[in-house]
Each structure stands twice: as C-alpha cells, then as structure tokens.
Design a protein around this ligand. Structure first.
Ligand SMILES: [Zn+2]
Ligand SMILES: [Zn+2]
Length: 467
C-alpha cells in the first residue's frame, strides 16, 4: 500500500515541478524574493490580495456590468424582431409534427419572448486574460412561451380538465432531482389514456440547431442544453444559445430555514437536457437556476469573486502545462463560492489567497463526500455525473494547486499587471513586507495614472492626441 502512496506523491512532485517550470522568470524571481511568510517576514500573499482585488473592484462593478448586459439585451431584442419569423416557422413545423390530439394540445406554436445573457461572462466570473481571448463562453437564454398555462408541477398526475381550460403543461419530476418531463394535461374529451408528451427536449434542441444553422456562420455544436456557435479562428468558447421555458411561480426546492435567498415567485427556467443514462433522457428538461445565480454572484464580495476568477485562470495554466487531470467545472467553483459566502461574513477585506484556499478546501471536502449541493436547490448534486476516477483526478489537481498556490497566484497577477515595479533592484535581493507594500502601492498608483490618461471619465485624452 505504501508503494502506491509513494508513487502518487512522486507523481505529484513531478507534476508540480513541471507546472512551476512553465511559469515566467519574472514570477519565479518574485516568488524567490518574497520568500515564505514565516521565515523572512515577507508576505507573498499580499501580491494577489492587492492586485487581483483591485482588478475586481475596478473592472467588475456590478451596476456597470448590468448596464453593459442590458445594452446587449436591448440590442438582442432588436435583432430578435428579425429572428422571430424564422423561429416561428421552425416551431410551427415541429408543432405540426407533434400534433396528435386537438383537445389537449395547443394550436399555436411556441414564440420567442426574450433573450437574456447569463453564465460566467454575464456574472463577471469569466477567465478573461489580457492579450488573449477568454476561454469562457457567452450564454444567451432564449425564453419561449406559448398559448398554454402551467398546471401545478409535481409527481401527482393532475386531474382531467375541461377542454376550455386546455392547453395546460405539467412538469413531472423524474427519479433524478432537478430533471422533469413535460406533458399536456388530459382533458375529459381526450381519446388517449395517458397525458401526451409535450415539447420533448430533443425536438426543441433540433429547433435551436436549425435556427443557428440558418442564421450563423461558424462551427455549430450541440452541448448539453445549448447549441454552441463558435468562430473557428477565435480562442474563446463562442456563444451558447439555450432554449428555455419559464415556469413562473414554481420553486421546487424546499423553503430555506431563514427565508429564501431570493424572490422565489420569479420561478425557475427549464432547459432541454436530460440526465445521461436516464430512461427518459431525450425528452427531459433540467431546472436552470442561472437567473438567480446571476444575481447572487453579484452580491459576492470582491475578494471571493476574484478568488473564483483566479482559480479559473489557474485551471487554464494547469491545462496548458499538460498536468491538468480531470475537469474541474467552473460551475463547481461558482457553487463553492456561493456556499462559502454563507459561512463567514464576507467583505472587501477578505483576501484572495484566503478565498482560493477556502474554495479548494470546500471542493475537496465535497468531492470526497461525493455530493456537491446546488446552491439554490441542495437536493441536486451538481457533480452527480462524475465517476470515482474523475473525482479522484480533480482532487489530485486541487491538491497540486494548493501546494503551488503562491507562484500560481503571482502568475495570475502577471497576466493583468506589470510586475516591473515589484521587481526593481537586484534580482536576488529579498523583499521585506514593508518594501512589498510600498511597491504594491506604487504599482496601483502608476496604473491609476495610466488609466486616468487613457480612459478619463469624459472621452479619451490619448485618443484626441492621436487624432
Ligand atoms: Zn388529448
Ligand atoms: Zn455556456
């Protein structure tokens, strides 16, 4: 047994060496000069705690980001006017193919109501890297509605209704928490015994796929509930178009002991994707809480939000250096951050380094327990689809990150900031905590002056000079 442990620790040592070897000479020098916190009186964590929080405070301003997204959505709304006839035509073909009963099914097809941005880019949790494209994708939720009402969702089959009350949609939970199938509630005139399947997920995914194929250039790939459209020349994750239905007023999770963390009367979205291996996989919908998550992430303190983006950037470094093992999904990190925000009072003073440590600890503990509870619906295990091997691989990656966190966080800083001021003087001269604090202050000041010249509140001075 000890041989296996020896082999594992030897492997991790080797991976760590390879990982640190890929970091730039500037980062290596800074790590060496800052030393370890306990031995030399220096405090290397100050670098990330200062620079990465500054990034979040300046660039990730909640109302500013909301204004930007609202601008995008207004733009989308105008474009939607052009998309709408095409979508209606495609939906009509689908509806005609599915028509089986004139009593319980609607006569008009679905129509597009709104499109909203969601996911990491909208939340401000994208792994933006200056000089390179972000690898995060942009999610657009296309919300559809139709001439139907929602019956009370739940396991119990609704009683037959009169034809004048039809059509009504019923969301029936499956064996897997968070997944439902949709059915038209039977009327007392229906000739069939069981409620008919409604809007099967595979058919609406096909609708979105056809829609993207007609409208867009680029690679079109169905991924989960989304259809991803990606320009092959771009590094980023492309745009995910996600079909969704809003079940207004439905909140499937039990009520929280001290009040729900948000207005549950909004309801939840359903997105067309099934649990792999389930017997109704191809017609299932998954409950999506992305709207609630978008608002919740905005409430995180800057230190914790910066910790999530740093961990995403570190994950990319692991991938690039070839030592990444297992897929630590960004959804896991977001979930961890939302739970951690409940545990201790946050606030802008919570350090990024501390935040990343807490994220790593939480993720390792939960993966070890084989249950990563969804924040708004804890009965859902968001890591349910991982195998034991995949879980162990992710835990291995988390430990590797923890062991090399100082240089990795400094590498995150280097992607956004110049380290020149911090590295002034002889390359081997150690930096005391006091020196480091002074140099960090100068780095911030220098950047502020530069930003002030390049992007003053009223137009660009440099721009005018160039003109
Ligand atoms: Zn019927
Ligand atoms: Zn996406």
């Amino acid at each position: 047994m000890s041989n296996i442990f020896d082999a594992i620790s030897a492997l991790r040592l080797e991976q760590g060496r390879r990982l640190v070897g890929t970091l730039s000479p500037a980062v290596q020098q800074l790590v060496a000069r800052c030393g370890r916190h306990d031995s030399s009186g220096s405090a290397p964590h100050l670098v990330a705690d200062t620079l990465l929080v500054a990034d979040d405070l300046v660039d990730n301003h909640g109302p500013g980001r909301q204004a930007y997204i609202t601008g995008c959505e207004v733009d989308d709304a105008v474009r939607d006017l052009l998309r709408r006839p095409l979508l209606s035509a495609l939906a009509e073909v689908g509806a005609a193919a599915a028509a089986r009963c004139r009593h319980c099914q609607p006569r008009q097809p679905l129509r597009l109501v709104t499109s909203n941005r969601s996911g990491s880019s909208a939340e401000g949790l994208d792994d933006l890297i200056i000089g390179k494209d972000s690898t995060s994708d942009f999610d657009i939720m296309l919300e559809f509605d139709g001439p139907f009402r929602w019956a009370t969702p739940g396991a119990e089959k609704p009683a037959d209704i009169e034809p004048r009350c039809a059509p009504q949609l019923w969301a029936r939970p499956t064996d897997n928490a968070g997944f439902v199938t949709l059915h038209w509630v039977r009327t007392d005139r229906c000739g069939h015994e069981e409620p008919l399947e409604a809007l099967p997920a595979d058919s609406v995914r096909r609708l979105m796929h056809d829609f993207c194929r007609v409208r867009m250039d680029g690679e079109i790939t169905p991924t989960g509930p989304a259809v991803n459209v990606k320009d092959p020349d771009d590094n980023d994750g492309g745009i995910d178009f996600v079909f969704c239905l809003l079940v207004r007023g439905w909140w499937p999770a039990p009520v929280w002991p001290d009040g729900a963390p948000w207005d549950t009367s909004f309801g939840v979205h359903l997105v067309p994707t099934g649990r792999p291996g389930s017997k109704t996989e191809f017609i299932e919908y998954r409950i999506s809480l992305s709207r609630a998550e978008l608002l919740a992430v905005r409430q995180l303190c800057p230190g914790l939000r910066a910790a999530v983006t740093a961990l995403k950037a570190i994950k990319n470094m692991l991938k690039e250096s070839g030592v990444a093992i297992g897929d630590l999904k960004s959804y896991f990190m977001k979930t961890a951050a939302l739970w951690l925000a409940q545990e201790t009072p946050g606030g802008p003073r919570t350090g990024v380094t501390d935040g990343v440590h807490r994220l790593l600890d939480w993720l390792e503990r939960r993966l070890d327990e084989e249950w990563l509870p969804c924040f708004f619906y804890p009965a859902i295990n968001v890591a349910a689809e991982l195998t034991a091997d995949q879980r162990q691989a992710i835990i291995g990656s988390l430990r590797l990150v923890r062991e090399h966190l100082t240089p990795l966080l400094m590498a995150c800083c280097e992607k956004q900031w110049s380290l020149n001021t911090l590295l002034e003087g002889r390359p081997t001269e150690p930096l005391s905590e006091r020196q480091l604090r002074l140099r960090l202050g100068r780095t911030l000041l220098r950047q502020a002056v530069l930003d002030g010249i390049q992007a003053p509140p009223h137009g660009s001075l440099l721009g005018e000079l160039v003109e």
